[in-house]
Design a protein around this ligand. Structure first.
Ligand code: PHE
Length: 466
């Protein structure tokens, strides 16, 4: 598999075409943005900002995106494009190419495992959004107060059959697309859907501005109240930077493997990072004014924040039934274009190395995600009081993946690319970047990103458990 190319120049071209390739750099941008923009931006970002007291957390998150996320994203895309296979085989190929110890393959394995674990609970939350499409359309939230919206959401969480039903539908949707291949369909879909999502977020932003307490929402997001910040919070911000950019689990590496040879990685990654951050900030600016205008909604309400505050907004605006259900359709679609990238790396691996075809690979992996996801479903009702190290099952999966596995894999990637891979190999793959850009990036990746991840990781874990 890792045969050396006779010319010695680009070792990878021989393997292209196993899974297909993006038709252009732009399709890669849209696919990577489709992966990055998801529940993390619209659902998770606002609620963890709320739980961590606002502005200071946002600042730490932005720093993490800039100093850790973007540099590591460049590294991941670069690895993928050089390896041109699933993350597991890409890492195997690159370690062999450089004559390194096989332990580096852990990067691929950790990532693929984290992807499936995330998918397990991601499908449950995306299921809530699917359910809300019908709820909005049927007028359940028409004129609803914040209390009433809270009760409707509480009833959903208590009803495990409904949760399992929508979780299953969402997983089937995800598998259906990945069976069809990533190249066709997905690229077209994200190009239409992402702009639509953007327009709807703007509509909500305007609504929040007109009907909510915009000033308080704004200052909650952007004023620096450092007292609210804890080391646990800093770790959560770092973990979220990985989560929201789809880093540290092979999704971006797998997508990089399908990237055209001559696309410039640096500016491409900047575009993806910028769009992703923008969507998260707009989502926050749309949600918090509504939260503060309704004293019964707590900013620290947790995972239900979006599912309570937005229906209240929609239920009380002209055309809200239509906009509301449309909005949840788009949340579902954003989640869907992310979920695809959660399962693709593992699918690619089973197809490359284990003799599966796309159908059997998807069915097996989908089943695994479904079974593990049942734990998250139950953690919202029957197991709500069962704790692992102080977490419910859902919280534990989220913590283990976002705050532990993604940062760890990211750290290994930074060390691998910054310190272990031959500089010439790295330079060759990033050949289109100017010297200044290349050397600044490499410096940050060698010294700043790993150090930050390490310090935050160790202190964050320490404070979380002791
Ligand atoms: N980035 C996605 C989001 O913000 C989640 C995700 C994580 C997708 C990791 C792929 C890989 O919702």
């Amino acid at each position: 598999m890792a045969e050396k190319n006779q010319s010695g120049a680009t070792t990878s071209s021989a393997k292209r075409g196993v899974h297909g390739a993006w038709t252009s750099r732009w399709t890669f941008v849209m696919a990577a943005t489709g992966s990055a923009v998801g529940l993390g931006n619209i659902w998770k970002f606002p609620y963890i900002v709320g739980e961590n007291g606002g502005g200071a957390f946002v600042l730490v998150y932005l720093l993490c995106i800039l100093l850790v996320g973007i540099p590591i994203m460049v590294a991941e895309v670069m690895l993928g494009r050089r390896g041109r296979q699933s993350p597991i085989n890409t890492m195997r190929y690159l370690t062999e190419e450089a004559g390194l110890h096989g332990a580096w393959n852990a990067i691929g394995w950790l990532g693929v495992t984290a992807g499936l674990m995330i998918l397990s609970y991601y499908a449950v939350i995306a299921g809530w959004a699917l359910h809300y499409v019908g709820q909005m359309a049927s007028g359940a939230f028409q004129g609803a107060s914040a209390e009433q919206a809270g009760v409707i959401f509480g009833n959903l969480l208590a009803d495990k059959n409904t949760l399992i039903y929508w979780q299953t539908i969402f997983l089937l949707l995800t598998m259906a697309v990945v069976i069809g291949g990533v190249t066709k369909g997905l690229g077209v879909a994200v190009r239409i859907l992402m702009p639509m999502l953007f327009v709807l977020l703007m509509v909500l932003l305007v609504f929040g501005y007109q009907h909510g307490d915009f000033e308080r929402g704004f200052s909650f997001l952007f004023s620096f109240n450092y007292q609210a910040l804890t080391w646990e919070g800093v770790l959560e911000a770092l973990g979220h930077a990985f989560f929201t950019l789809s880093l540290g689990m092979g999704a971006i590496m797998a997508y990089g493997a399908y990237m055209p040879e001559h696309a410039r990685i640096g500016r491409t990654v900047l575009a993806v990072g910028f769009l992703d951050t923008l969507v998260a900030l707009i989502a926050g600016l749309a949600i918090f004014p509504i939260v503060f205008a309704n004293p019964t909604i707590e900013p620290g309400a947790g995972p239900g924040l979006m599912f309570v505050s937005l229906p209240v907004a929609f239920g009380n605006m002209t055309g809200g039934l239509l906009f509301g259900s449309f909005f949840f359709v788009l949340v579902t679609l954003a989640a869907w274009s992310s979920a695809i990238s959660l399962i693709e790396p593992a699918v690619a691996y089973l197809v490359e190395s284990k003799g599966f075809n796309r159908i059997t690979a998807n069915l097996s992996l989908g089943l695994v995600a479904w079974v593990v996801g049942l734990g998250s479903v139950l953690s919202f009702n029957e197991w709500a009081d069962t704790r692992v190290a102080g977490f419910t099952f859902f919280e534990f999966m989220d913590f283990l993946t976002s705050s532990v596995m993604l940062p760890l894999t990211g750290l290994f990637i930074a060390i691998f690319v910054g310190w272990v891979m031959k500089p010439d190999t790295v330079r060759e793959e990033l050949g289109d970047e100017s010297n200044r850009v290349f050397f600044s990036w490499r410096w940050v990746l060698r010294f700043v990103s790993p150090l930050l991840v390490l310090v935050v990781f160790v202190l964050g874990l320490y404070k979380t458990f002791w």
